[in-house]
Write a protein that binds this ligand. Sequence first.
Ligand code: AKG
Ligand code: FE2
Length: 360
Amino acid sequence: MAATASNFLPFSSVNSLSFTTVKALSESGLSSIPSSFASKNSLEDIPVINPPQGTLPIIDFSLLTSTDPQQRSKTIKDLGKACEEWSFFMLINHGIPESLTNRMIQGIAEFFDLPDKEKREFQGENLYDPIRCGSSFNPVKEKVHCWRDFLKAFVHPEFHFPHKPTGLRDTSFEFIKNVREITRELLKGVSESLGLEPDYIAKAVNLESSLQVFAANLYPPCPQPELAVGLHPHSDHGLLTLLLENGISGLQTLHNGKWVKVHAPPNALMVNTADQLEIVTNGKYKSNIHRAVMYSTATRISMGIANGPSFDEVVRPAPDLVDESQPAAYRAITYREYYRIQQANALNNKSALDTIRIQN
Ligand SMILES: O=C(O)CCC(=O)C(=O)O
Ligand SMILES: [Fe+2]
């Protein structure tokens, strides 16, 4: 495949091979999905459940940052429990104005509405390109494509973002700054929940120079949603991923052998604990395996901001969480190398983490 088309989907038109987005496929009025999207994944056998209200953990950010020590310590306990038992929680009262999250979602919708020709300008050519856009996850490596278009951008320590549509760059800059501040507070709480100093994890991963990767996902209407996959089961590469959606649910998190449907309260952020946190906490807080689904008529948009260590930081289990009874369970690796391994392969549960696991 030509390097310049690597992120887009190869698609056989009548007499030539062209490259397309899932959005263009969806709008072409197909009545069935191309066979390259039909999933034969064994994880389909896992039951899917709609949890009763109140099952999934909710963390109130205003209590986490409260000056009342009792409220704060109770919230830190709840946060630790959510990380340990669910690797996932929903964050309310996070302080990002709804007007800003709405502008973000609107701007991303407009980005995906740009003609494919214009989006191709941002597709990038290799994994470390600061802006990439395309379809599925890794069209070259995967057996089954995802019914998804994406935009990815490295937004910290250097801010990269497409210059179209007008205004989205500035909106994103503001949104991402908010996400970074929230992440810093969450990681303080996570450190304290493990009995560590509040800034322990921040120092261990050089959070000042944190790599933040912004990823927007578009799941266009699909003629056969029961056969296709929005995003294959995977865990995220950073420390914590903060996710926002356009009011249409579609995230499912794996818990006790079942896919649990996530229905987040309006304007809540969904938070996944991710692989770098599993490494730093020496497996105490596991990364969350999740997937996304799509629908036959609705268009779903989500955006996840992966908040990671500094790109060149060598990440290893925190010395304070390693001892004779709990030896290091992962080998040290730079976040840059870890990111390469995760992005260069097909999405498949925790396959990237498996490459650095130490069998004790
Ligand atoms: O669309 C979603 O809800 C999940 C997205 C996701 O898992 C990701 O971008 O890593
Ligand atoms: Fe994810």
